[in-house]
Each structure stands twice: as C-alpha cells, then as structure tokens.
Write a protein that binds this ligand. Structure first.
Ligand SMILES: Nc1ncnc2c1ncn2[C@@H]1O[C@H](COP(=O)(O)OP(=O)(O)OP(=O)(O)O)[C@@H](O)[C@H]1O
Ligand SMILES: [Mg+2]
Length: 255
C-alpha cells in the first residue's frame, strides 16, 4: 500500500509576546496506509503537537504535510482522535454519545452504533451513562465513537495513560484486534516503551527542545505478537537505549 501520510521538513513554532517555542524541528515522516506506528518521547518533545497537525487540529506550520496526497485544511471524519480522557458527554448515554458524532441517518447510525459497540465488547451498555462506566469502559466507548465515523486513520494520544496495568493490557489487545480487522492506519503516542514496542510495527523516538525525530525503528514481533520472548526484549532494549545510555545508569545494586 502507498503512504497515507507524507511529512517533509516540518517545523512548528508557537509564538507569543514573551517567547517562541520551537515544538517541532525538521520532521520527516512517511506512514504507510494500514500500518501501526508508535511515537514515544519524554514530556514536551512535541508528540501531541505532531498528532494534532496530522489530525488537522493544528494547521499552522512550516514545511509539507500531505494526507492521502493532499494538503490538510482541518479535522475530518476520516481522521479519528482518542485522547487520554474519554471526553464523553456526561448527559448522554453511551448510545447517545456515539450517535451525537454521526451524520443523523437513523437506520445507518443504529447499525454503526451496534457494530462498533460489539467491536469494543460493550453490547448491552447502550443505555448506560458515562458515570456508570469504569475508566476502561468509558475509553472503549470513546474508541467505538471514533470508529463509528469510519476513519481511515486513528490518532491515539496516550489513550491508556490513566488506566491500571491490567485494563491497559486488555485495551492494547482490543485495539490490535480492531486494527487487524478494520485495517485502519493507527498512530499512538505513548510514554511507555513496552506499549510502543508491543503495538507499533514502527516506533518513532522523539527528543525535546526542540522536538525532533531521533530514530525510526521497525519492530517485527511476528503474528500473533507476544509480550515475552527474544524478539520483544531485543526491540525493547533498542528503544530503551535511546533514552538511557549506559553512561546515564551509574547505579549498580549489590543485593
Ligand atoms: N498551544 C500552545 N501554545 C504554546 N506552546 C505550546 C502549545 N502547545 C504545546 N506547546 C509547547 O510545545 C512543546 C511541545 O508540546 P506537546 O504538547 O506537543 O508535547 P508532548 O510531547 O505531547 O508532551 P507530553 O508528553 O507532556 O504530553 C512544549 O514545549 C509545549 O510547551
Ligand atoms: Mg502530549
């Protein structure tokens, strides 16, 4: 498949009276349609800014960004977003929240709600309100809502950051299954090296001040992916070294 995203020489500077912040410097990134890409890096290295530009939420920058060979003028249904918080409307039910984002064609919308709640394993919770759901369930509704819009690309900004480890692993499995079945291009921003390696066929490592791409690493964990075993450990160590070189780990424990 061809590239759905082509970014060349992209710079983003936030300008204000007090100071200018160069959030992104000289970013080159091509993303193949149907791939799963992880973006990892410390706080403030421009991950969210890059994702917002890709999603059309931020349209002021220098350099080139093409989505499906065309410039991006703003957000659209084909570019879905999932954030760390679920951003559901508290006064609407699960079903109402998904319907709210759809084109208002009752019959088609009913089917999209049914199909996508089933995909995230929440059939039966149509009439629940967000306050009646656990954090993981609410995030699954947010995923169903994004998928119901039939996006070509799903942009996930630390989507599991607020969840406990077990829920997080369950949702990682679920998102992989959806990626596999629906063939949607996915880009996930994360602070978690294990998550980046487990989910991404490509891991993009970023560094801060200014935000740059330091390394683009291919990961092949085979099918199905495994969290244990040599492939995972080797890939994980490669990424780990980008953050902590041996010189930066002076402490040795003698127990
Ligand atoms: N709207 C804005 N106005 C001014 N500066 C901004 C704005 N948004 C982001 N920045 C700055 O741009 C840089 C990159 O921010 P960004 O939110 O993209 O980082 P991040 O990698 O997502 O960080 P985190 O991991 O903490 O979410 C930071 O220095 C931040 O202060
Ligand atoms: Mg961020």
């Amino acid at each position: 498949m061809g590239n759905i995203i082509e970014i060349k020489g992209l710079n983003k500077i936030f300008r204000s009276k007090e100071n200018d912040v160069q959030a992104l410097e000289n970013i080159d990134l091509s993303i193949e349609e149907g791939s799963f890409v992880s973006i990892i890096g410390g706080s403030g290295c421009g991950k969210s800014t890059l994702l917002r530009i890709i999603g059309g939420l931020e349209t002021e920058y220098e350099g080139e960004y093409l989505f499906d060979n065309a410039p991006v003028k703003g957000p659209s249904r084909e570019k879905g977003f999932i954030f760390q918080d679920h951003r559901l409307l508290p006064w609407l039910t699960v079903e109402g929240n998904i319907r709210f984002s759809l084109p208002k064609d009752k019959k088609k919308d009913d089917e999209l709600i049914r199909k996508n709640l089933e995909l995230v394993g929440l059939t039966g919770f149509e009439r629940s309100f967000p306050r009646q759901l656990s954090g993981g369930m609410a995030q699954r509704v947010a995923i169903a809502r994004a998928l119901a819009n039939k996006p070509r690309i799903l942009l996930l900004d630390e989507p599991f950051g607020a969840l406990d480890a077990i829920t997080r692993m369950n949702l990682q499995e679920q998102i992989l299954k959806i990626w596999h079945e629906e063939k949607i291009t996915m880009i996930i921003v994360t602070h978690d090296i294990d998550e980046a390696v487990y989910l991404g066929g490509t891991v993009v490592v970023m560094t801060p001040r200014p935000g740059r791409i330091k390394r683009i690493q291919k990961v092949d964990l085979g099918t199905p992916r495994r969290r244990t075993g040599t492939q995972f450990t080797i890939a994980r160590d490669e990424i780990y070294k980008e953050f902590f070189s041996d010189a930066e780990i002076p402490i040795e424990y003698n127990i």
